[in-house]
Design a protein around this ligand. Structure first.
Ligand code: PMP
Length: 788
């Protein structure tokens, strides 16, 4: 049973229809004002009817603005241009009797606030009465009318034209960007009067259902009803958690004046100002930009307008999720209010219906596409794709050369936080495996550093900017000072870092042989894959690479050097990952590694410490794993955890080595050390320090190792080893290790396998691991080993 608004909808009536969460609390000054007066009466009360010459006299008398008055056409008020004949004058507004002075003051204060905050925004400023006191009342003197006095306001005269569908892409983006600037300028503005309930405020859209009876065409009425249904079901419940503030409320092309370059030259009419979700306000503007556009261009234009807005106010995902429905709701309000008012004021039909055709056209287009699909076009989250379908697409698109998915039951993740990954079914998985998110997945210090820098500047190292040099200084300062590792080159991946290290070594030593551990991995490039026996195909041997066993280092290296010298390649470099991660996580004695460095130097080679996997505090002793062995590398390479997931890597060496290399070649990597990468890397170093993650790695790691040791009572566990939060649990055979890793995954805990035989469980969590996380790993492992 619908009651028409004309009959008067009282507060109770309305409150009943609005869910309690969004029912608007009335500020004290409004509480005793009848609802109809506040919302509907301005539309119902007879508009003022002053003649032009009377208005000119009023302008001159009250505001000292002389000129001829020309009506600008307005429905509920009277608006006149006062033209002084020389481009000056002003715009005078005589208000409807229903107008509330508190609302007029709200407009005045808001415009003055904007003008004070963003002085370049061309808002039409109000003008106080000539010689009046500088208070709110000075901006709204009254003139006597036939019934009661009317408030009168004078605004700055703005020049420009009104735009429409002629606006090109740049203009559209600019208008949307200006809208965002206006909202930014208003974000600190407050006035209790802005809490008013306004007919056009989208958050109250559901209350306008009674107006639908005025839409005579059944199909169209159902169309609008369907929009309001979605609004109530999907949008309204989300609005209370979205950013809200005082907004213009009607930032449409009708209220913007453009200059000859289609730049916004005037923002007028703050008459719909209210406190509402920011995205609802943007939707009002966006609807105006999209009305009248070709169907096949609407979504593209919507997206570039969103981009324009995002130049100053990036929309949150929750806002993008409701944007399209809010645009549709705005269109629904336009046609519903128009139908209702035409019934009442048929003589004004032309003015009232001026937006109708375009609005219906867009509503019908949206309906033909389907509201869900429209929402996605506007930026709403698309539904998740079922895991088997993703597996299939991966196989089809990414080819056979990419390594296989981990685990028998692939992990399909949608988000992550700290030590947790969340899968597509909402299940959380404890990440005890990934070293890249070293400070925890999606750490806000890193994500914000990346986002902020991305918004500010991203370029390359042929230009000057601070973050790169700040990072270079931080990295060199993090190296043991006696080593003279004072020069840094930033690149994008561990492989690239090792490739540069290899080039440094071959160029400066003039040799071409390498020594690596027997199951090492150093990267994917052509040269470095020859240093990565882990990935060698069966039967392959790189001609100039000698392999050494992590637990027989001194002996093996000595022989390796002999062989390299015999076959005339000589030793260019020894590459060692001091965590021996792919060699099954080994912890050889200090002497062995010390001897390797000495022998390498004696043979004229460089020692490269590959910290790509084990670095950034995992040892629990130092930031760099090599420091646990008190050795002196010539080159240190960093990568994976360096940006907590943002691609950034580094090669650190001595100036003399880089100088010598520069005699052979100059290198430049486009993305290497870009400002965003540098900010990410700096943020990671900051968090490691601030959260004392090296100490945490030591404490949690030793506790975890102790607890794992107890599992040695089980026959399958042969050894537990490692440093800090890099732990290997050697099992009797690879098949058991594989079974255990999969059982843990099914139990919600991610670990991996390593070692030549793949029989070592690899536990390598983010360094923000806590005791209870470690406990979960141990308990799950116990269950898996017991076959439960
Ligand atoms: N060195 C080591 C020790 C590594 O573990 C890796 C990657 N697993 C690399 C180098 C190569 O790094 P990226 O995959 O970033 O090229």
């Amino acid at each position: 049973m619908l009651r028409s608004v004309e009959e008067g909808v009282d507060v109770l009536d309305r409150r009943e229809r609005l869910p309690p969460k969004v029912s608007v609390r009335l500020s004290a000054q409004f509480r005793d004002v009848p609802y109809a007066w506040r919302t509907v009466n301005v539309l119902e009360a007879p508009p003022p009817r002053f003649a032009a010459d009377e208005v000119a006299t009023i302008a001159a008398r009250l505001f000292g603005v002389e000129g001829t008055a020309t009506s600008l056409g307005s429905e509920r008020d009277q608006t006149f241009l006062i033209d002084d004949g020389a481009g000056g004058g002003g715009v005078i507004k005589i208000s409807n009797l229903g107008e509330d002075p508190a609302v007029l003051d709200l407009e005045t204060e808001a415009v003055l606030h904007v003008a004070g905050v963003d002085t370049d925004l061309p808002v039409a400023r109000p003008r106080p009465v000539a010689g009046g006191a500088p208070d709110a009342a000075a901006y709204r003197p009254t003139v006597a009318g036939p019934d009661r006095p009317h408030f009168v306001r004078m605004f700055e005269r703005m020049h420009g034209r009104v735009g429409g569908t002629d606006l090109d892409d740049d203009a559209l983006v600019h208008v949307a960007a200006t809208h965002a600037r206006l909202n930014l300028a208003l974000r600190a503005f407050f006035s209790p009067a802005a809490g008013r309930e306004l007919l056009w405020d989208l958050k109250h859209a559901a209350a306008l259902r009674p107006l639908l009876t005025s839409i005579s065409d059944n199909r169209r009425r159902r169309l609008v009803a369907a929009v309001l249904d979605r609004f109530e079901r999907l949008v309204l419940p989300r609005l209370p958690s979205l950013r809200a503030q005082v907004v213009h409320g009607d930032f449409t092309l009708d209220n913007i004046l453009l200059d000859q370059h289609a730049r916004v030259a005037g923002i007028v009419d703050f008459g719909d100002i209210c406190h509402t979700p920011q995205v609802a306000d943007f939707a009002v503007g966006l609807a105006s930009l999209l009305r009248g556009r070709r169907r096949d261009d609407v979504f593209r234009l919507a997206r570039i307008a969103v981009d324009g807005y995002a130049r100053h106010v990036p929309l949150e995902q929750e806002e993008l999720d409701v944007l399209a429905d809010l645009v549709a709701t705005r269109l629904a309000l336009i046609v519903a209010i128009s139908a209702w008012r035409v019934e009442r004021y048929p003589e004004n039909a032309h003015y009232i219906q001026s937006w109708d055709a375009d609005s219906w056209e867009l509503l019908e287009f949206f309906a033909s596409v389907g509201a869900e699909a429209v929402a996605i076009e506007f930026g709403a989250k698309a539904p998740q794709i079922p895991t088997p379908e993703l597996v299939h697409r991966r196989q089809r698109l990414l080819g056979a050369a990419l390594t296989e998915l981990t685990y028998d039951h692939p992990v399909h993740v949608v988000r992550a936080e700290g030590v947790w990954l969340f899968d597509v079914n909402g299940r959380r998985l404890l990440d005890a495996y990934n070293n890249v998110p070293v400070v925890g997945h999606c750490h806000p210090r890193v994500t914000e550093a990346v986002a902020r820098q991305t918004r500010t500047l991203n370029t390359h190292a042929r230009y000057l900017y601070e973050p790169l040099l700040d990072l270079a200084e931080r990295l060199t300062a993090s190296m043991p000072p006696e080593l003279g590792l004072d020069t840094v080159m930033l690149v994008n991946s561990g492989s690239e870092a090792n490739e540069i290290a290899w080039r440094l070594a071959t160029a400066t030593t003039g040799k071409s042989g390498a020594i690596v551990t027997e199951h090492a991995y150093h990267g994917v490039t052509s040269a470095v894959s020859d240093l990565s026996p882990e990935e060698w195909p069966d039967g392959y041997r790189a001609a100039a690479t000698e392999l050494v066993a992590p637990l027989r280092l001194e002996e093996d290296v000595a022989h390796a050097i002999e062989r390299l010298e015999e076959n005339d390649t000589g030793l260019a470099a020894t590459f060692i990952d001091c965590g021996f991660t792919s060699d099954g996580i080994q912890t050889p004695g200090h002497d062995g590694l010390g001897a390797v460095v000495e022998l390498t130097h004696a043979a004229g080679g460089l020692f490269v410490a590959d910290e790509v996997q084990a670095g950034h505090g995992r040892s629990g002793e130092h930031l760099w794993m090599f420091a646990s062995y008190s050795i002196a590398p010539d080159v240190v390479t960093l990568g994976k955890p360096m940006g907590n997931g943002y691609p950034v890597a580094a090669v650190i060496s001595r100036k003399d080595i880089f100088d010598q290399f520069a005699g052979h070649a100059r290198v430049f990597s486009t993305f290497g050390g870009n400002p965003v990468a540098a900010r990410a890397a700096l943020a990671v170093l900051d968090v490691i320090e601030d959260e004392r993650l090296v100490e945490n790695a030591a404490r949690i790691g030793s506790g975890l190792r102790r607890a794992l040791e107890k599992l040695r009572a089980r026959s399958a566990v042969t050894e537990v080893r490692g440093r800090g939060l890099l732990i290997g649990v050697e099992l009797s055979d690879p098949a058991t290790a594989e079974r255990v890793v999969n059982a843990l995954r099914d139990d919600g805990i991610l670990i991996g396998r390593t070692g030549r035989d793949g029989n070592v469980l690899k536990i390598r969590p983010p360094l923000v691991f806590r005791d209870h996380h470690a406990r979960m790993v141990v308990d799950a492992l116990e269950r898996a080993l017991d076959g439960n």
